[in-house]
Design a protein around this ligand. Structure first.
Ligand code: 5GP
Length: 118
């Protein structure tokens, strides 16, 4: 079984967070360190460490990430101007928390997709 991270405690409401949506497959909550006026994390309830660990049985939960992202974007007033969905994978992707999650970012123009090469 995959190792739990702080996100499992958030999903089980064992530590406080601002949960904006929860169902039997996914949970959405506001990022503790927002990078845009709206910054919500949408995560499968079951631990999948990274995109590299995804299997066919995860397809329902991963599809739900997108439908919930669209619903939350609408609720946050982002649908018309647009927004960005990001899933980081492992070291080069900049993943910090090894519980697969989708970032929903919006509320201002978000600039280029990637930071300039250093
Ligand atoms: P990653 O870099 O793994 O794609 O993104 C992890 C995100 O989780 C970061 O944006 C970080 O601010 C957020 N995060 C880390 N710990 C917590 C926490 O305890 N609560 C909340 N709400 N967000 C967290």
């Amino acid at each position: 079984m995959a190792e739990e991270t702080i996100f499992s405690k958030i999903i089980r409401k064992e530590i406080p967070s601002e949960i904006t949506y929860q169902d039997e497959l996914v949970t959405a909550f506001r990022d503790i360190n927002p990078q845009a006026p709206t910054h919500i994390l949408i995560v499968p309830n079951r631990v999948i460490p990274t995109v590299s660990d995804v299997s066919g049985e995860d397809e329902a939960a991963l599809g739900r990430l997108f439908s919930v992202a669209a619903r939350l974007a609408e609720a946050e007033g982002l649908s018309e101007d647009g927004y960005r969905l990001i899933v980081n994978c492992r070291d080069h992707g900049g993943q910090e928390v090894y519980h697969l999650h989708m970032h929903l970012l919006g509320g201002r123009p978000l600039g280029p997709m990637l930071a300039p090469r250093r």
